[in-house]
Design a protein around this ligand. Structure first.
Ligand SMILES: Nc1nc2c(ncn2[C@@H]2O[C@H](COP(=O)(O)OP(=O)(O)O)[C@@H](O)[C@H]2O)c(=O)[nH]1
Ligand SMILES: [Mg+2]
Length: 252
C-alpha cells in the first residue's frame, strides 16, 4: 500500500456506479492513499460493498450522503471534509472504471510540482467512444476556451483532474450552480477566471458497453440543456470580465 499523503487525496463521487465500482476503487488504492469515496445517495447496494472494503483497508474512507444531490454536490461535500482534515488538493475520478487509475501518481506529481495550478486530464478516446459524446465535447471545449480567452483548457468535461481545494470551495460556495453535470466545465472556467492555470496531461478514457458493466447517468436532452444554460451564464460572466481577461491576455 502506498504511504498516505497528507496533502493530496483521491476523491471518487459515486452514484449507482454499476459492477465496476469495487475494481475501480481497488485500482485507485493500489496507486494512492488516502482514497475517499462519496456515495451520492446510491440505491444499488454499492454502499455496503464499499463500506466492507473500507473496513479492511485503512487507506479508504467512505462518506455516505443519504440522498442523491449530484456529482458537484458530492465533490463539494468531499473537499469540504478534506479541507477540514488538512488536505490541499484532490484528484477527482469517476467510480465506474472509465478513468485511468494508473495515472494517479503522475497527476499527483504534476500537482505537487506546481500546487497553484490545476491538473486536467485530456481525454484519449478508444474506438468505442460514442460519437455524440466526442463531438458534444468539442462544442463545450470551444465555449470554455472562448470564455477564458484561451488560457489553456485542454478539455472542459473530463472529470479526471487534480484541483487545489481552497479556490474550488470558494467558487462553489459563491454559486448555487455546479452541483450536477455542470460541475466539471464550470469549475475549470471559473478557476481560470480566479487565476488558477491549467496543466494538461493526456489520459485515456474508456467507454464500456452495458454488457461489459458500463453505466452512464448522462441523459442527452436533460444534460445538454443543463450544459447549454451553464455556458449561457458563463458567457455572461465572460462579457463582464472581458476587460480583466484582456489585460491578462495581453500581459501574459
Ligand atoms: N450522473 C451522476 N453522476 C454522479 C452523481 N453523483 C455522483 N456521480 C458520479 O459522477 C461520475 C460521472 O457520472 P457518469 O454517469 O459516469 O457520467 P459519464 O461518465 O459522463 O457518462 C460517476 O463517478 C458517478 O458515479 C449524480 O447525481 N449523477
Ligand atoms: Mg462514467
Amino acid at each position: 500500500m502506498p504511504a498516505a499523503s497528507k496533502t493530496h487525496l483521491v476523491l471518487i463521487p459515486s452514484y449507482n456506479p454499476g459492477p465496476k465500482v469495487l475494481d475501480t476503487v481497488r485500482a485507485a488504492l493500489a496507486q494512492w492513499a488516502p482514497v475517499w469515496v462519496v456515495v451520492d445517495g446510491s440505491t444499488d447496494g454499492s454502499t455496503e460493498k464499499l463500506q466492507a472494503l473500507a473496513a479492511n483497508d485503512a487507506g479508504l474512507k467512505v462518506i455516505v450522503l443519504p440522498e442523491n444531490r449530484g456529482k458537484g454536490s458530492a465533490v463539494l461535500e468531499g473537499i469540504t471534509l478534506a479541507a477540514a482534515a488538512g488536505f490541499t488538493h484532490a484528484l477527482t475520478m469517476d467510480s465506474d472504471g472509465q478513468h485511468p487509475a494508473d495515472l494517479i501518481p503522475a497527476f499527483m506529481a504534476a500537482s505537487q510540482a506546481e500546487p497553484a495550478k490545476m491538473v486536467l486530464g485530456k481525454p484519449v478516446f478508444d474506438a468505442d467512444a460514442p460519437a455524440l459524446r466526442v463531438n458534444g465535447r468539442k462544442v463545450s471545449n470551444g465555449w470554455a476556451n472562448l470564455e477564458t480567452l484561451w488560457m489553456g483548457i485542454g478539455d472542459s468535461l473530463y472529470g479526471f483532474r487534480v484541483y487545489p481545494i481552497q479556490p474550488l470551495i470558494r467558487i462553489m460556495r459563491a454559486t448555487r450552480f455546479m452541483r450536477r453535470f455542470d460541475f466539471d466545465p464550470e469549475a475549470v472556467v471559473r478557476l481560470c477566471w480566479a487565476g488558477v492555470r491549467p496543466i494538461n496531461i493526456d489520459a485515456p478514457v474508456r467507454y464500456f458497453r452495458a454488457d461489459e458493466g458500463g453505466v452512464s447517468h448522462f441523459k442527452y436532452l436533460r444534460d445538454n440543456t443543463l450544459l447549454t444554460w451553464m455556458h449561457t451564464r458563463l458567457f455572461i460572466g465572460f462579457v463582464l470580465r472581458l476587460p480583466m481577461l484582456l489585460v491578462r491576455y495581453l500581459t501574459a
